[in-house]
Design a protein. Structure first.
Length: 639
C-alpha cells in the first residue's frame, strides 16, 4: 500500500536561529525496536491480522488463487499457524527485508495491504519466540525468531535444504495455556472473500451472508449492532459512532459495513484503528452519503414494484424500520407515501380499562396491524368526545359481528388509496343497534380464574364448564399455560379454605398436575426408537460426532448417530415431551423422566480417548486420527 503523504505542511514565521534536523539515536535502536514490536493492544488479533494479510499480499503478487490455511491451537497441537502458497522467502530475503524494522517491498502499489514493515515481527508481542519456514525456488529455509533480554528481535537461520515443496511461507507460533485464537479468527476472517482462507480446513462464514447488500460493496445490517466497519485490504476497521450511521431512539436502526479500495482511508501504525485524517474523513462522508442514497433508491424500487397499495405500504414499513425514512420523498404510482395519516380519531379496546387513545394523527401500521380483527367506525362526528352509550353500541356490534380486536373511531378514513382496502362500518349503521337490558339476577359465586397471561380475575364459572384447578397457596400470578388446557376449559386457583366448597360445586374438576403429568406420560409413550437415539446423545457426544465424517466410519451404529448429531434437530415427538415437562417445571411439579437421557452413547470404557479430548478446536490430522481410532475399536470387536 502506498503510504499517506502529508503534502499540506508549511512553516511560517520570522524566528531566526540554528535549524537542527531530528534523527534517531543509533545507540537506542534496540529500545526503539522493542517499542515497535509492542505496538498492539490485542496481541492475538495482531498476530492473526498481520500474518494473514502478509500471506494475502504474497498470493496477490504471485497470482495464486489457492486459499491461505489457518490452524488454531488445540490440545494436541498448541500452535497458531498461517500457511500461504505465494512468492515464498529465501535466506537472502530474510536477511535483507524480513529482519529489518520498516523494510517493505509494498510501498509502490495499492494492490497489496502491507507497507509498514512491522507486522512480520508482531508474533514477538505475543510470545518470546516463533518459527518461520520459507520455501522458494526449491530451497526450504527454517528461521527461529526470538527476543533478546533487551526486547529487540533476533533471527537465527537453522536450516537451508533442497525440497520439492511449492513456494510459500508458514509461520508457527507456540500458544501456552488458554487462548481465544479460534473465536478471534472467525470474527476477523468473516470479512474476507469466500474461498480465500480456510480455518482448520473449513471456510469461515461470511458476514455478507447476514447483511443487506446495497451495491458497490456497501452493506447494512438488518438491525442495529452498535458498530460500523470500513473494510480495506481485508482488514475491518471499526468506525466512530455517528460517522457512518447514527444510533439513538430517533436514529437509524442499521449499521454499515463498507468495503473500500486500498488507500481510501488511513490507519494507525498498529493497524487496530483508523487514523482520522482529512483524507479519511472525506471518504467516510462520501460512504455515508452513498449508503443513505442507495437505501432510498432500493426502498423506492421495492415500493414501485408493489402490486397493491397495501403491499407498497408494507415495503415502506420494512425500510422505515431499518432506516427511519422520515425525510425521504417516497411514492407509489405518483402518490406520496408515509406512515402518519392525519385526522381526529379514537382507538380503544373493549373491556380494557384506560385503553382509549385520541390523537390528530394515526400511525398506518397501527391500523394495518389491527385491521383484520378490529372494527373501524367512520362517519363519527367527534371521535374526541366518544359517548358512553355510543361506545356500548359499538362494543355490542363488534361482539355480534365477530370483531375481537380494538375499535378504531374516526370521522373520515385518511390515507387515500393506502387505506381504501380496509373494511369500515359507518356509524349511521351501528347507531341503529338496539341494546336490551337484562333483568337483575342473583349474583353467581365467583372464583379466581387464571387468565391467558397468568393473571387472576374473579368471575363466575358455569356449572357445566370443563374445569381444572390448582391450590392457590397465596400466589398472586401464575405461569402462562392457559393455552395448554382445552380451549373452552377454565383454570381456577382455589384457596385452601374454599377447597371443599369448590369440589362440591365441581365434582368433575381435574387437578392440573394430574392433567399435565398424564399428557407428559402419553408423550413419552409415543417416542420412537429413533427419538430415543436422539435423546441419548449428550452435548459432549454431539461435539465428538460433529467432527467425524460418515464416509470414513465403518461402525453403522456410529454412522447413524453421526447423522442424528449433524442434523441437530429435536424430533417433534420429543418436543412434545419437553413442552409438557416444561409446564410441570413452571408449576413447580416434578417432571417425567425419559430413561434414554440417563446414559451417554459414547461409553467411557469403549472410547476413552474420545471422551477425554477437547473437540472445540481440531485439525484435519486429528480428525483422521479420531476416525481411525473408532474404526479400530469396531474392527477389534467384530473380529
Amino acid at each position: 500500500m502506498k503510504p499517506a503523504v502529508q503534502n499540506s505542511i508549511s512553516r511560517t514565521g520570522n524566528l531566526t536561529g540554528e535549524a537542527v534536523t531530528m534523527t534517531v539515536d543509533a545507540t537506542a535502536m534496540e529500545h526503539i525496536m522493542a517499542l515497535l514490536t509492542d505496538l498492539y493492544s490485542d496481541p492475538e488479533l495482531a498476530v492473526i491480522r498481520e500474518y494473514s494479510t502478509n500471506a494475502w499480499d504474497s498470493h496477490v503478487a504471485a497470482g495464486t488463487k489457492r486459499p491461505i490455511e489457518i490452524s488454531t491451537p488445540g490440545r494436541f497441537s498448541p500452535f497458531f499457524k498461517v500457511k500461504d502458497y505465494g512468492l515464498g522467502l529465501s535466506a537472502e530475503d530474510i536477511r535483507n527485508i524480513y529482519s529489518k524494522y520498516g523494510a517493505s517491498t509494498k510501498r509502490d502499489t495499492n494492490e497489496q495491504t502491507g507497507m509498514l514493515g512491522l507486522g512480520c515481527k508482531s508474533a514477538l508481542t505475543y510470545g518470546a519466540q516463533f518459527t518461520l519456514t520459507g520455501v522458494k525456488d526449491g530451497i526450504r529455509t527454517v528461521v527461529v525468531i526470538s527476543r533478546n533480554v533487551r526486547g529487540a528481535g533476533v533471527m537465527e537461520i537453522i536450516e537451508e535444504v533442497e525440497t520439492d515443496e511449492p513456494n510459500g511461507v508458514e509461520v508457527m507460533i507456540p500458544v501456552p495455556g488458554r487462548d481465544s485464537f479460534r473465536e478471534k479468527a472467525l470474527r476477523f476472517f468473516q470479512f474476507w472473500p469466500f474461498g480465500r482462507v480456510l480455518i482448520n480446513g473449513e471456510a469461515p462464514t461470511q458476514i455478507t451472508e447476514k447483511l443487506i447488500p446495497l451495491g458497490d460493496n456497501l452493506y447494512i445490517t438488518k438491525e442495529r449492532t452498535g458498530e460500523d466497519f470500513v473494510v480495506m485490504g481485508n482488514v475491518a476497521y471499526p468506525v466512530k459512532n455517528g460517522v457512518l450511521s447514527e444510533g439513538g431512539y430517533y436514529g437509524q436502526r442499521y449499521n454499515v459495513v463498507a468495503y473500500v479500495n486500498i488507500g481510501d482511508v488511513h490507519f494507525t501504525p498498529s493497524r487496530e484503528a483508523l487514523h482520522y485524517t482529512e483524507h479519511t474523513e472525506s471518504n467516510l462522508r462520501k460512504v455515508k452519503a452513498d449508503v443513505q442514497a442507495k437505501i432510498v433508491q432500493l426502498a423506492q424500487e421495492e415500493i414501485e414494484q408493489a402490486e397493491t397499495a397495501s403491499d407498497a405500504m408494507k415495503a415502506y414499513a420494512k425500510w422505515y424500520d431499518i432506516a427511519k425514512l422520515q425525510n425521504a420523498s417516497l411514492s407509489w404510482r405518483g402518490e406520496a407515501i408515509g406512515f402518519l395519516l392525519y385526522g381526529s380519531n379514537c382507538i380503544y379496546t373493549p373491556g380494557v380499562r384506560n385503553s382509549t387513545q385520541t390523537d390528530r394523527q394515526i400511525d398506518y401500521r397501527v391500523i394495518d396491524r389491527k385491521a383484520s380483527t378490529s372494527l373501524i367506525v367512520v362517519d363519527y362526528d367527534d371521535p374526541y368526545d366518544l359517548k358512553v352509550a355510543h361506545r356500548s353500541k359499538m362494543n355490542h356490534y363488534a361482539k355480534t359481528e365477530g370483531y375481537t380486536g380494538s375499535v378504531i373511531v374516526t370521522k373520515t378514513m385518511p390515507g387515500g388509496k393506502f387505506t381504501e382496502h380496509f373494511k369500515t362500518v359507518s356509524w349511521n349503521v351501528i347507531k341503529q343497534v338496539k341494546l336490551h337490558r337484562n333483568k337483575a339476577v342473583k349474583a353467581a359465586t365467583e372464583w379466581d380464574v387464571i387468565g391467558t397471561h397468568g393473571y387472576v380475575n374473579k368471575q363466575a364459572v358455569a356449572d357445566d364448564a370443563e374445569v381444572y384447578y390448582i391450590e392457590r397457596k397465596g400466589r398472586r400470578s401464575f405461569p402462562n399455560t392457559q393455552h395448554l388446557i382445552p380451549t373452552d376449559a377454565v383454570l381456577v386457583a382455589v384457596p385452601s379454605n374454599r377447597m371443599n366448597t369448590f369440589k362440591k360445586d365441581f365434582p368433575k374438576a381435574v387437578f392440573l398436575e394430574t392433567y399435565l403429568r398424564d399428557q407428559a406420560k402419553a408423550a413419552i409413550a409415543a417416542l420412537t426408537p429413533e427419538d430415543l437415539d436422539q435423546i441419548q446423545l449428550t452435548g459432549q457426544d454431539k461435539n465428538i460426532l460433529r467432527v467425524l465424517r460418515p464416509e470414513h466410519i465403518q461402525d453403522p451404529r456410529v454412522k447413524k448417530m453421526l447423522d442424528i448429531a449433524k442434523a441437530d434437530k429435536v424430533s417433534s415427538n420429543y418436543a412434545v415431551v419437553s413442552k409438557w415437562n416444561d409446564c410441570l417445571r413452571r408449576w413447580d411439579f416434578r417432571q417425567e423422566r425419559v430413561d434414554a437421557t440417563e446414559k451417554s452413547f459414547f461409553e467411557p470404557r469403549k472410547y476413552p480417548l474420545l471422551t477425554n479430548a477437547n473437540w472445540w478446536n481440531i485439525s484435519m490430522e486429528l480428525r483422521q486420527h479420531a476416525e481411525e481410532y473408532v474404526n479400530y475399536i469396531y474392527s477389534k470387536e467384530n473380529n
